[in-house]
Design a protein around this ligand. Structure first.
Ligand SMILES: Cc1ncc(COP(=O)(O)O)c(C=O)c1O
Length: 405
């Protein structure tokens, strides 16, 4: 009996995926050529599943800053900030993020995943209550497990259910922290943040918004959903990541809480892991400047997202409810989703295959993420391919049938 025998069910799923074609969990690019193009098996593919919302991974100024930093400061910090100290860049980036959000404090983490782990596990202690949306990202679930508090889920995007659950806690001692996401990572829908902020105010809970997919995407200056919804004053903690709009890796949390910096000595995912290398810090700082100085990136992103969303809906596919840069197409069943994903890849389009149980309502999804760097032609090529495969698979009405209807 092998020590990994307990994963027999997962092995079965993986073997099934491999048997159906390329393994979506292990796509191996020969090269990534730009934010929107890769080489796979010697063939060019359009990248439509990378969360590279502003297309900054190949921005020359970000690359230059990163190269300068690696040359002058070396390849890594080789330890955590509490042990090895902070580099100037860590502090500069924290100051820049705090300024960008108009907050007093910022802490940078080594990944966005660790930011949620580090913040949630420490804010919510024994006797406290963490109230999370049922469709929360794995990092929110894992952060809640790492903490000592009670974890309560409320129905996805349902402020009434949230209100009901908080009311039940009205006379229960302990702090209450509500956690929601700006744009949800699977369906691309936004949280009803105005209503959630009203519940927070009424019940005296704290509110944390994970803007991982909405930073650089929503709001007049790209601060995310809280800015777009006009409720920033109600949000106590904002978590974000560098791995999407900022094109690198890392995470952060900003807050005005006067004792926020205490987290630096109690948050294990901050204290017991190596800090980000200077090259990453330098490119991230520059990406933040680029995002601030070039709002046109966000305008292009929005119009590309709208084009894909409208195009897929016009073809007759079922997508998520909002025209955000995450555009997910619902598939009738798992086998169809796997086969469709393979057919798109064969046709030169790479996106994400998302299968139950990791998807809302256990719906298999083909998840796209649009970039400001996509050209109109690339979006249209993707649409043509979706249409071709959709017709071959019998998922769309034929033009003749549609004309008769
Ligand atoms: C909502 C949300 N939060 C946090 C993360 C983790 O971020 P990272 O991948 O940068 O660690 C993700 C990643 O996709 C996410 O979707």
């Amino acid at each position: 009996m092998s020590i990994l025998a307990k994963y027999a069910a997962q092995k079965g799923v993986l073997d099934g995926l491999k048997a159906a074609g390329a393994n979506p969990l292990d796509v191996h690019f020969d090269a990534v050529l730009s934010p929107t193009e890769g080489l796979l098996g010697g063939r060019s593919v359009i990248l439509l599943g990378t969360n590279n919302y502003l297309g900054l991974t190949f921005d020359q100024s970000c690359i230059d800053r990163s190269v300068e930093a690696v040359r002058s400061q070396g390849t890594g910090t080789t330890g955590s900030r509490i042990a090895n100290g902070s580099y100037d860049g860590h502090c500069k980036l924290e100051k820049a993020l705090a300024d960008f959000y108009g907050r007093e404090h910022c802490m940078v983490f080594t990944t966005g995943y660790q930011a949620n782990l580090g913040v949630l596990s420490t804010l919510v202690g024994r006797g406290d209550h963490l109230i999370i949306d049922a469709d929360s990202h794995a990092s929110i679930y894992d952060g809640s497990r790492l903490g000592q508090g009670e974890v309560i889920r409320f129905r996805h995007n349902d402020p009434k259910d949230l209100h009901k659950r908080l009311k039940r806690l009205a006379d229960v001692p302990g702090d209450k922290l509500i956690v929601v996401e700006g744009i949800y990572s699977m369906l691309g829908d936004t949280a009803p943040l105005k209503e959630i902020a009203a519940v927070k105010r009424e019940t005296g809970a704290y509110l944390l918004v994970d803007e991982a997919h909405s930073m650089g995407v929503l709001g007049a200056t790209g601060r995310g959903l809280a800015e777009a919804a006009g409720v920033e004053a109600d949000v106590d903690f904002i978590v974000g990541t560098f791995s999407k709009s900022l094109g690198s890796v890392g995470g952060f949390c900003v807050s005005d809480h006067p004792d926020f910096d205490l987290l630096r000595v109690v948050s294990r995912p901050y204290m017991f892991t190596a800090s980000l290398p200077p090259s990453i810090i330098a490119s991230t700082l520059q990406a933040l400047h680029r995002m601030e100085e070039e709002p046109g990136l966000r305008t292009r992103l929005t119009s590309n997202a709208r084009r894909l969303f409208d195009g897929l809906n016009a073809l007759g596919f079922t997508t998520g409810p909002e025209a955000n840069p995450i555009v997910a197409v619902a598939m009738p069943d798992r086998e169809c989703a796997i086969a469709f994903w393979n057919a798109l890849l064969q046709g030169g389009l790479y996106l994400n295959l998302a299968l139950p149980p990791a998807t809302p309502n256990n719906t298999p999804l083909l998840r796209s993420s649009v970039s400001a760097a996509h050209t109109t032609e690339q979006i249209d090529t993707a649409l043509r391919l979706f249409e071709k495969v959709g017709r071959e698979f019998g998922l769309l009405e034929t033009p003749a049938r549609r004309a008769r209807a």
